[in-house]
Design a protein around this ligand. Structure first.
Ligand SMILES: Cc1ncc(COP(=O)(O)O)c(C=O)c1O
Length: 361
């Protein structure tokens, strides 16, 4: 007899990241993971490097300095914040805490892949509610909720579609949910959507709700993806439940130091967000000019439809340009392209024109 994982574990499909390598090309142009093309704030980099002398020390298990800084910046109660190794870890903690065997969670059709991993690892099932034109459909989400539903996940704006629902729809979703269902509002791309009409991040709105967990990350607009710093804002009893099962040192010391400095550098975030806005316009216009349908993006990427998405993705990779294939998301005809720096976007557009021209002959 060998050790056997719990029932359901071997049914979990492992996360498949976007391509990060191109054969024979040392530094490919990576537009497959929605990373920040400007890197991160200089202050954050300096804080990270300054922490290098202390790598033999455990981090602060309470992430106290960052906790206070986030609470102050966003006007939140520090004790209601939860930290994790990226927001991914917060989804996992929430699923562990609230889902049991036989329970289910509900997500939109094109939900972010890490949610289902967290849900299935907790022994529960993930149900997917159809979207309408690649935008979350609140009525479908509510229709998918049954008496065994304990969690509903939505990201606004969403990945991999990039689309954004008006906040009134998020509020309507919450209003339709039973009180014992935890609504996880994933704001990984919230900064990118700041200027989008109808968008709100829901943090302050959630304050008096007993069943909403808002998650945020330093991985995208703040450019700290490799340091794994995510946080959540939850009602006190939810934060308490998550903090009981949280392993103590998942946010690294240098990650906390860098995130603190990143939070203080509003110029960097604003510059990034403005670039994402302009970049998605530029990229959307270029793709449409090539006859490729695109989804309206409120994020730092644009998702477009191709006749031969797999062929285009592979041909771009041979030219050293990596974009995200979306087969695993049930969108086999679509590719997701991160907003790179200006020159990177121009290079992507030129290489794509080359690939499409070569396919036509
Ligand atoms: C919608 C969404 N949520 C959460 C995450 C996870 O971010 P992290 O774990 O780096 O905080 C991502 C990352 O791509 C995402 O797209």
């Amino acid at each position: 007899m060998s050790p056997t994982p719990k029932p359901g574990i071997l049914d979990v499909a492992p996360y498949v990241p976007g391509r990060w390598r191109a054969d024979g090309i040392e530094r490919p142009l990576k537009l497959s993971a929605n990373e920040n093309p400007f890197g991160c704030s200089e202050g954050a980099r300096a804080a990270y490097l300054a922490a290098a002398g202390d790598i033999h020390l455990y981090p602060d298990a309470n992430t106290s300095a960052l906790r206070d800084a986030i609470a102050h910046k966003f006007g939140l109660e520090p004790q209601r914040l939860v930290f994790g190794a990226g927001s991914d870890e917060i989804f996992a903690m929430a699923a562990q805490a609230y889902l049991d065997r036989g329970d289910n969670a509900v997500q939109p059709q094109y939900g972010f892949a890490a949610w289902a991993i967290a849900v299935r690892a907790a022994g529960a099932a993930m149900r997917a509610a159809p979207e309408r034109d690649f935008v979350i459909d609140v009525d479908a989400l509510l229709a998918a909720v049954d008496e065994r539903t304990r969690m509903v996940f939505v990201a606004n704006p969403a990945n991999p579609t990039g689309t954004c629902a008006p906040f009134t729809e998020i509020a309507r979703l919450h209003a339709g949910l039973p009180d014992n269902v935890l609504l996880v509002l994933d704001g990984a791309y919230a900064e990118c959507a700041q200027g989008v009409q109808g968008f709100a991040d829901g943090l302050i709105w959630s304050r008096d709700k007993s069943n909403v967990l808002v998650t945020r990350t330093f991985s995208k607009a703040y450019g700290l993806a490799s340091l794994r710093v995510g946080w959540g804002y939850a009602p006190a009893p939810v934060a308490d439940a998550l903090n009981r099962i949280r392993l103590p040192f998942s946010v690294p010391r240098a990650g906390e130091a860098a995130a603190l400095a990143a939070l203080a550098d509003e110029d960097f975030v604003m510059r990034s967000v403005r670039h994402f806005e302009a970049g998605r316009e530029r990229l959307t216009a270029a793709l449409r000019r090539m006859g490729l349908p695109t989804l309206p993006s409120a994020t730092n990427f644009v998702t477009a439809r191709f006749e031969d998405a797999a062929g285009v993705e592979a041909a771009l990779a041979r030219r050293g340009v990596l974009v995200r294939a979306l087969r695993g998301y049930g969108m086999p005809d679509w590719l997701r392209v991160s907003i790179g720096a200006e020159a990177e976007l121009e290079r992507f557009i030129a290489e794509l024109e080359g690939v499409l021209a070569a396919q036509r002959v």
